[in-house]
Write a protein that binds this ligand. Structure first.
Ligand code: HEM
Length: 272
């Protein structure tokens, strides 16, 4: 742990030095912040902040964003492709929508997402069955309270098990079945107001990156489905595909997905 933390620190020092050097190079000209680190460094220079942001604060912030913002999205996309490989009819429906809305001569852009409700539904259904943080971050009760008949005293550390909530048969029809259609034509809230669907948590410790996270998952998924036919390798069948998860702070696949991707757009589309 100590070795990893030192390695991370060296990397973050380098990132900050690099950004500071670019700011210096602007030399009197108006510096335009290019990314989150630039913005944080600008804030750290502000002498009027109520709570001063120090260099170590900028590093911690940057690390939080990297840690929270990378595995969460990739893990969700891996689960989505796995679920789709199990149910090829979902792939067909998704590509029908993509071909109708996007066509075969371009990639999906962020502005297309409102016109791709089925892709959105696949993303949300994936997060329902495979939440990134199954127990959210721990809470501490501020006062005595009663939940479902249980007395919980002030100061108790509490975990909210969203994995179970999002598979609760009292709240969901056929909860174990991957079914994006359950969200089609419905107002869906995943911003922490609907307590049966909490992939980003709720309240003051809710995921601050939910908007970005959702956009990354939807956009990546849309382009992966638009750009490729997904098949299982060799003689492997849908039943052979292992869907076990490692249950812990996050829920990655126990056995990483191996799949075969074949282009489904004109070949010139793959030259970037
Ligand atoms: C699919 C994408 C993502 C999912 C499903 C997800 C989910 C979550 C969940 C469930 C929590 C705990 C919330 C709670 O306890 O109420 C959380 C916390 C957090 N997430 Fe995300 N997240 C995603 C993407 C991102 C991105 C893109 C960023 C930043 C760039 C980010 C940064 C964070 C941070 C910093 C926290 C800790 C917040 C705190 O403790 O106050 N996440 N995320």
């Amino acid at each position: 742990m100590k070795v990893v933390s030192k390695k991370f620190d060296r990397f973050l020092e380098h990132v900050l030095d690099e950004h500071n050097a670019r700011r210096m190079a602007a030399d009197g000209e108006k510096f335009v912040a290019r990314d989150m680190v630039d913005l944080l460094l600008q804030l750290a220079d502000d002498p009027n902040l109520d709570v001063k942001l120090e260099r170590h604060g900028v590093k911690a912030f940057t690390q939080d964003l990297l840690a929270g913002g990378t595995e969460s999205s990739t893990m969700t996309v891996e689960w989505a492709i796995s679920e789709i490989l199990k149910k090829p009819e979902i792939f067909e429906k998704a590509t029908k929508e993509l071909d109708r809305v996007i066509g075969k001569n371009r990639w999906v852009q962020e502005k297309d997402m409102p016109n791709l409700p089925y892709i959105k539904a696949i993303a949300i259904e994936t997060m329902r069955l495979h939440p990134v943080a199954p127990m959210l971050t721990p809470r501490r009760t501020r006062e005595d309270c009663k939940v479902a008949g249980y007395d919980i005293t002030e100061g108790t550390r509490v975990f909210v098990n969203i994995w179970t909530i999002m598979r609760d048969p009292k709240l969901w029809d056929n909860p174990e079945v991957f079914c994006p259609e359950r969200f089609i034509g419905k107002e869906v809230d995943i911003k922490g107001h609907d307590f049966k669907l909490l992939p980003f948590g709720a309240g003051r410790r809710m995921c601050p990156g939910y908007n970005l996270g959702l956009k990354v998952v939807e956009g990546t998924l849309a382009n992966l489905l638009h750009g490729f036919n997904w098949k299982l390798p060799n003689t492997m069948t849908e039943d052979d595909l292992n869907m076990e998860e490692i249950f812990g702070l996050s829920t990655p696949k126990k056995i990483p997905l191996i799949t075969v991707a074949q282009p489904r757009l004109p070949l010139e589309m793959y030259h970037f």
